[in-house]
Design a protein around this ligand. Sequence first.
Ligand code: RFL
Ligand code: PHB
Length: 389
Amino acid sequence: MRVQVAIIGSGPAGLFLGQILSRAGIETLIIEQRSKEYVLGRIRAGVLEQGTVDLLDEIGAGRRMHEQGLVHDGIELCFDGQRHRIDLKTLSGGKSVMVYGQTEVTHDLMDARQAAGYASVYEAEQVRVHDFGTDRPKVTYRKDGVEHVVECDFIAGCDGFHGVSRASVPASAIKTYEKIYPFGWLGILSETPPVSDELIYSNHERGFALCSMRSHTRSRYYVQCSLDDKVENWSDERFWDELRSRLDAKAADSLVTGPSIEKSIAPLRSFVAEPMRFGRLFLAGDAAHIVPPTGAKGLNLAVSDVRYLSDAIIRHYGGDQQGIETYSERCLDRVWKAVRFSWWMTSLMHKFPENGDFGQKIQHAELGYLVDSQAASTALAENYVGLPY
Ligand code: RFL
Ligand code: PHB
């Protein structure tokens, strides 16, 4: 078969791209190795920047988000047993974030794609990308024992950190930058009301903790854990006790606990691959870069890549190659700023025993400066709500 753009991966990057291009009259095929149910079962991001909210609206998939999502005008930083509010809205000149789960975004985009009748293949095996250094790239995959060949003009590698797209680029053509953090996040989801109206990021001597939510009745909580820790080591009770110990007294007292409905450990990593275009293969989202979740940037960065990529491809079909030529450069400028912010938030909020007493004093001084200085709080706010495109 032939399509204009073959999209590998049905995560947020692939689904947003598919929707924008298909609506612009460009033929796309999404090829995903997992089942729809598996993709929807992954619990991930929860915070959408205004630009992500706007894009979901622009492609006609924002209705449920506006009904069910929670607009947040601030976040709280907790340290020394006290909470300090960062007024995102006032400090950023009127911007907010939307708390709405990645699972729901994915759900809404899958529904919109299906309703419009655009093509997707799930449970594709042995997905491979070929000939992207030529004008006639191809994607091959197997489905139900049958081999399929998709000829296309462009391949969009939206297949996440472990995908096949980046792995298919010769090592000599790509440079990668990586930082692995010496801890992970243990996260749980529970059908309990959130402990507070806003997210709480807590720096505590026992380690970092984050109180987030999916709705007024569903909470998402995380605690910093060691890299070799196992979910099996964490009963619900142990998790709640640990979380409570890392919060201020008021939050600890009002925390409502209950059985977890999901529990998982994620390692923390910063990673960037450069460039993000190899001939007619483009990388977008986690396929090209990973940030630790502390700054809530991963999904939002995938969306900003897709804005640039869809613009480039639409312009290409209008006879203008400029967007294609500058895709990588435009993305990476914003990517590195988000990588920096996520690294900074991670360094500020977590426990790093290897940094010693000096490191701890510096971290503490920085937290104090951050909440006392309008200039410092403003820098946090403008990055958290999302830098301009
Ligand atoms: P995804 O979502 O990983 O989707 C890639 C898709 O590609 C498929 N795939 C393949 N398909 C075909 N052939 C192959 N060979 C393939 N290999 C893989 C996969 O099955 C998958 O369906 O990447 P995408 O679309 O770039 O989206 C990125 C986001 O998922 C990610 O950045 C965020 O979840 C990160 N993140 C957060 N981001 C935010 O913006 N705000 C947050 O609050 C936030 N919180 C988080 C997070 C990530 C977390 N974890 C689990 C690391 C919290 C956590 C705990
Ligand atoms: C989440 O709700 O899953 C979440 C929120 C904020 C973050 C990371 C994760 O920084």
